[in-house]
Design a protein around this ligand. Structure first.
Ligand code: ZN
Length: 355
């Protein structure tokens, strides 16, 4: 998926970067405590910090900085509201891209106008940003937790994939992939500062904070290797890289992103079975909707005829039938079946699903 969409050129100042919004410094320690209360795994790995700095006295402010902000392993169910009254079609479209993470992880965003936890604004000139994970709980109710600068129904579809899925990743607690030391170390420091000051209007300090400060290894729950195609990775132009080769950056949630999200927020991967019946013959392309079936589910199907009760009187008669193709999607499954009989008969299809 990555790399197929056109990337902005170096001179294209229309490219809007993203910054992770930080709480005011005086809230850091309390916000870290709240993050650890919600998910104890957010606590910094003290044994690693002590290995790295054996003589240091660890201050609460420092520990707050290396505290991660993931939601609980029980999954993420958050309500979403809009502060500037966008049309219903746009709200639905934004929600659908936020919920794209649900194909990989136990994540669900539901629109609500009553005390929404995620609050989206489209402030022009404000750029793209989100607070990180549980930090959104510390923002006053009348203020945004995410800004999608000027998004409208005429915004390019590729931007919905690139920007909304990325900002939603921050709301889920995922930091910037390009802040991993493998990538930061490959950036030419001064060229990057000049580039982001010119193209984004950022201060030197902001460039250092948003692009040039590697994530603390002790606080890193992460995939083994930095992923330059991650949706959480910026596109970085070749002109600021020491080797001159651009970091492609993510244009959609890629396989590694999905696997990682599934590790942090594992879906209930239970097995269940169900069945459907219809009366018919010939080739049918069934569309069975079921909210417990996901794009990544394993679906197995069996098929047979029945007389009056699909749970009690299934049988194999003269009509030969077969299941050809099974294709699960988010919220259901398509199944191509064939019933070799010239007139309609009672057919029962049994599904075993590992969701
Ligand atoms: Zn970002």
């Amino acid at each position: 998926m990555a790399n197929q969409l056109k990337k902005p050129e170096d001179h294209d100042h229309g490219f809007i970067g993203c910054c992770i919004k930080q709480l005011p410094k005086e809230q850091w320690v309390a916000a870290a405590a709240k993050a650890i209360e919600i998910n104890p795994n957010n606590a910094p790995a003290l044994h690693l910090l002590k290995l790295a700095m054996p003589d240091a006295v660890l201050q609460p402010e420092h520990l707050a900085v290396v505290t991660t902000k993931y939601w609980g392993s029980g999954g993420v169910q958050l309500t979403v509201g809009f502060l500037d009254n966008p049309p219903a079609a746009l709200r639905t479209r934004i929600l659908s891209h936020m919920n794209a993470w649900g194909a990989y992880a136990n994540v669900r965003f539901v629109e609500s106008s009553v005390n929404p936890q995620v609050r989206i604004n489209r402030g022009a000139g404000g750029g793209y940003w989100s607070y990180l994970g549980t930090d959104i709980l510390n923002i006053p109710a009348n203020q945004a937790t995410m800004n999608l600068d000027s998004f409208s129904m005429t915004t390019a579809d590729s931007e919905f994939y690139r920007v909304i899925r990325h900002e939603t990743g921050h709301t889920l607690g995922f930091p910037h992939e390009h802040m991993r030391s493998e990538i930061v170390n490959a950036i030419d420091y001064e060229k990057a500062i000049a580039y982001f000051m010119a193209s984004q209007g950022w201060s030197r300090d902001k460039v250092i904070a948003q692009v040039l400060t590697p994530l603390d290894q002790s606080s890193l729950i992460a995939t083994a290797q930095a992923d330059p195609n991650s949706i959480m990775c910026y596109w970085l132009p070749g002109s600021i890289m020491k080797n001159g080769i651009a970091i492609p950056g993510g244009t959609n949630i890629d396989t590694q992103d999905g696997q990682f999200a599934g590790l942090v927020y594992p879906r209930n991967s239970g097995l269940f079975s169900t069945y459907y019946t219809w009366r018919g013959c010939g080739t049918v392309n069934l569309n069975i909707t079921n909210s417990n079936i996901h794009a990544g589910s394993a679906v197995y199907a069996a098929i047979s005829e029945y007389t009056s009760n699909p749970r009690q009187t299934r049988f194999i008669g003269s009509a030969r039938m077969g299941i050809c193709n099974i294709s699960p999607y988010e919220g259901g499954v398509h199944i191509w079946a064939e019933i070799n009989w010239s007139s309609p008969i009672n057919v029962c299809i049994d599904l075993a699903v590992r969701s």
